[in-house]
Design a protein around this ligand. Structure first.
Ligand code: PLP
Length: 476
């Protein structure tokens, strides 16, 4: 007789316990694994059968392939020497939260379809706002990524314009002015993608120049707005960043808030990366004036010990977001006076993401989270101080949070080529991963510190690796 139903409970228990053991072992040996997957493109695909198995396999067999086939093709974001892009801070309580969320498999569209997910999300994002010192009264909502959070914020800002875009759309209309959003040249590409997605188009984005510290030039910002008004355009939002992607630079929120107020513009603050660092009261000067923000995005999946994905959008006026997105078909109509999270975004069903964030906050506590973030800032500071003392390297941007932008310099070398070669060799060594950016037309290397496993010895290791690699290339 065919066996129907789920994996038998005893098998689930054994497989589950074995898998937790395997994950635990993975973390114990992660230091020894190459940070970047040491495989050629197509290796995994060619190692897997072309078709699915016709009958089910033993879970132990599947777990063997996890070790032998999947693991070699994994880039180890949790490696303590993963310093590229923005490093990830995934923690075990967060992983356990993911496990339980999958077991509950909530689709929190209506309160009724998941009171736990709806209410825990409200409570947890409220806790997060308190931990980060954000203004009271913000409505927080969890989305998957900052790109999606920001797109929703721009949609809300557009809704506030009373141009009836929700009803009439933007195409085939000659009564619409060119709508404009202002941000800096250092703004994350998600802003432009959001504008494209919302049908506003790339030309609705105005990229304003930055100063020597890679923060938006506020005079140029105001001049761009005034100029657009003269041209008959309709400015409607400013996106400011606290912790830009290339250099972790910080826009002047206070001044930008004043400009936004003066011209009646929506202020969205992208602190996807650095928002977590606001847990440290000593860093809150970076968000002075934040109370003028209409919306703020923070990514706990970057630096708040929460596994990907979890991004929080905080918004002052939840009704405008609802006005932009609420659309209730008959089969979802309810009479209860409750928050139905499907009303606040493009998604209908929503994962129970709050659970992992709740586990993280409860397990580490506010002080535990602060201590860990503070340590990351200290460790990155050690690397930055080494760079400043060295005659081989220089800082390529002011040091902020836990990101160091630096470059190698050597007489007689093309410095861009030198830095690219340095990065290539470091990354190929498997011992660490760093990434790059371009600042004022020149290559700069980026070292981000944020793994929950990182210790001072890892920073000593990467500093030593950077130096020995420099010696190998330059012969001195
Ligand atoms: N904003 C900033 C400042 C970022 O650094 C990033 C990613 O690094 C994003 C937005 C996009 O984040 P996500 O991958 O969550 O969309």
């Amino acid at each position: 007789m065919k066996q129907l139903g789920d994996m038998p409970a005893d098998e689930f228990e054994t497989a589950g316990k074995n898998l937790i053991d395997w994950i635990s072992g993975y973390f114990s040996r992660i230091d020894e694994l190459p940070v970047l997957a040491d495989v050629e493109p197509g290796w995994l695909k060619s190692s897997l059968p072309e078709g699915p198995p016709s009958s089910g396999e033993d879970f132990a067999r599947i777990a063997e392939d996890l070790e032998n086939l999947i693991l070699p093709a994994v880039t180890h974001w949790n490696h303590p020497n993963f310093h590229g892009l923005f490093s990830t801070s995934t923690s075990s309580p967060g992983i356990l939260g993911e496990l339980v969320a999958a077991a509950f498999d909530q689709k929190a569209m209506l309160w009724r379809t998941s009171p736990a997910s709806t209410e825990l999300e409200e409570v947890t994002v409220d806790w997060l706002a308190k931990i980060l010192g954000l203004p009271d009264g913000l409505f927080g909502l969890i989305y998957d990524t900052a790109s999606v959070s920001t797109m929703h914020a721009i949609a809300a800002a557009r809704e506030r314009l009373d141009l009836d875009i929700r009803e009439k759309g933007m195409s085939g209309r000659d009564d619409l002015p060119l709508l404009r959003v202002y941000c800096s040249e250092q703004t994350h590409s998600s802003i432009e993608k959001g504008l494209i997605t919302l049908g506003l188009g790339k030309r609705s984005m105005c990229s304003v120049a930055v100063d020597d510290a890679f923060s938006v030039d506020c005079e140029a910002l105001e001049a761009s707005i005034a100029n657009d008004l003269e041209n008959g355009y309709r400015p409607f939002a400013i996106v400011a960043t606290v912790g830009t992607t290339s250099t972790a630079s910080v826009d002047n929120i206070k001044r930008i808030g004043e400009i936004a107020e003066k011209y009646g513009l929506w202020l969205h603050v992208d602190m996807a990366y650095a928002g977590s660092a606001m847990a440290l009261p000593e860093l809150r000067h970076h968000i002075e004036g934040i109370e003028k923000a209409d919306s703020i995005v923070v990514n706990p999946h970057k630096w708040f010990f929460t596994p990907f994905d979890l991004s929080v959008l905080f918004i002052k006026d939840r009704e405008i977001l609802k006005q932009a997105f609420s659309l209730v078909p008959e089969y979802l109509r309810v009479t209860e006076e409750v928050t139905n999270q499907m009303d606040f975004g493009i998604q209908l069903g929503r994962r129970f993401r709050a659970l992992k964030l709740w586990f993280v906050i409860r397990y580490f506590g506010v002080e535990g989270i602060r201590d860990r973030i503070r340590e990351h800032v200290r460790l990155a500071g050690l690397f930055a101080a080494n760079v400043e003392k060295s005659d081989r390297f220089e800082l390529a941007a002011p040091f902020n949070f836990a990101l160091v932008c630096f470059r190698a310099k050597s007489e007689g070398f093309d410095n861009d080529q030198l830095n690219e070669e340095l990065m290539k060799r470091i990354n190929e060594s498997g011992k660490a991963y760093i990434s790059h950016t371009k600042l004022n037309g020149r290559i700069a290397l980026r070292l981000s510190v944020g793994s929950i496993r990182v210790e001072e010895r890892h920073i000593e290791e990467i500093w030593s690796l950077v130096n020995t690699t420099f010696e190998d290339i330059c012969g001195r």
